[in-house]
Design a protein around this ligand. Structure first.
Ligand SMILES: Cc1cc2nc3c(=O)[nH]c(=O)nc-3n(C[C@H](O)[C@H](O)[C@H](O)COP(=O)(O)OP(=O)(O)OC[C@H]3O[C@@H](n4cnc5c(N)ncnc54)[C@H](O)[C@@H]3O)c2cc1C
Length: 327
């Protein structure tokens, strides 16, 4: 391993000023250390964010909504009473990711910014298009875990479980670098057609300083499902977060986001339109699932994701409408 410098961050300004070419921020370190072990990234300096004072907070206000510090761990999110009750899908997503040990280390900021798990991208011997090469090896290779949407340039799926409910809930991210800005989570993640070499619009030297989730309306309910091959120590093969605003049995507004399906968490606007103004029952949820999958372009080995998602989408919408899961 290449030697690197170590610096503890004590303020946003100092962390930003410590940034040099080839430096990396480290939160829980789960993904960063994997990338270093895989020799995909050899930082010249690691800027440790765990020493940031006051970056581990969850503030919930009935009207202002939720403010979350970037060092809050997935375990904290999944166990927080108000999040379980009013932002159910977020607690469920955090609670189903990875393993209990990893959830105790992994932070929300790092979870949103982890790199894709495509095995060609992660293998030092495959110089794929994402790493500056000329091919996406997944196109004609082992593509069973890859994208079924927007997969023609690069077939990664976005790995962040928490991004899916955060987008469905209309969250925004506060970002600080040389300047400050707030970006809707839905616009933060970028497709390979925008930039092949990264998955979001964070610039070098910029930090996520806070995650904001608007307060849900009194009749809003949400539900998240991760479908994996194993219950623990695994990434999903299909994910969905559904947020519904209900009026009795009728859906007034729907927000549906698919994970593990595309290079970014995919907002299923066709499904949302199919649900709005409709009574939520098995027929309408099936129609919404069909609509969500209309534009799917599966590869040779991941066609199974289409019928799988059809079931998982319908289940999550029904569960959200019934208010299941809100502890
Ligand atoms: C076996 C296994 C199974 C897994 N399963 C899942 C799963 O099912 N779902 C899922 O979502 N994830 C899964 N993961 C991934 C894991 O959740 C992530 O690696 C973890 O959330 C990353 O968080 P971290 O705090 O360790 O990030 P780090 O590794 O510290 O950082 C990740 C990236 O974010 C940057 N960064 C971190 N915080 C900030 C910040 N505030 N501002 C700017 N940059 C920042 C770092 O520079 C780095 O580039 C799994 C991992 C393993 C090993």
């Amino acid at each position: 391993m290449r030697p690197f410098e170590w610096a503890d961050a004590t303020s946003v300004e100092q962390a930003v000023s410590l940034t040099v070419k080839g430096s990396a921020f480290k939160a829980g370190g789960v993904d960063l250390v994997d990338l270093m072990k895989e020799r995909l990234f050899e930082p010249s300096r690691i800027i440790n964010l765990n020493t940031m004072p006051d970056w581990n907070f969850i503030k919930d206000d009935a009207s202002a909504g939720l403010k979350i510090g970037p060092l809050v761990t997935l375990a904290q999110l999944s166990e927080h009473d108000a999040i379980r009750k009013r932002y159910t899908a977020l607690a469920q997503a955090a609670g189903h990711a990875a393993t209990p040990q990893i959830r105790n280390m992994a932070t929300l900021g790092g979870n949103l910014l982890q790199r894709p798990r495509c095995w060609y991208f992660r293998h030092e011997e495959f110089h794929c298009r994402k790493k500056g090469g000329e091919r996406c090896f997944a196109q004609d290779g082992e593509n069973q875990y890859h994208a079924i949407f927007n997969n023609s340039l690069c077939a990664i799926v976005h790995p962040s479980a928490t991004a899916t409910p955060l987008i469905a809930m209309g969250a925004t991210l506060d970002i600080s670098g040389k300047a400050k800005r707030t970006v809707p989570a839905e616009e933060f993640f970028t497709l390979p057609s925008v930039d092949l070499h990264r998955e979001n619009q964070l610039e070098p030297g910029e930090l996520i300083t806070q995650i904001n989730v608007p307060a849900p309306s009194a009749n809003a309910r949400s539900f998240y499902i991760k479908q994996g091959e194993k219950e623990s120590f695994d990434w999903p093969v299909a994910e969905i977060a559904a947020v519904l605003e209900m009026d009795g049995d009728t859906c007034k507004k729907a927000s549906i986001v698919l994970g593990a399906a595309a290079p970014v968490p995919r907002r299923a606007k066709e499904a949302e339109a199919a649900l709005t103004g409709q009574k939520i029952d098995e027929k309408t949820t099936r129609a919404a699932a069909e609509a969500a999958l209309k534009e799917a372009t599966p590869l040779a080995n991941n066609g199974y994701k289409v019928p799988l998602l059809r079931v998982v989408i319908a289940r999550a919408i029904l569960a959200a409408a019934r208010g299941e899961g809100a502890a």
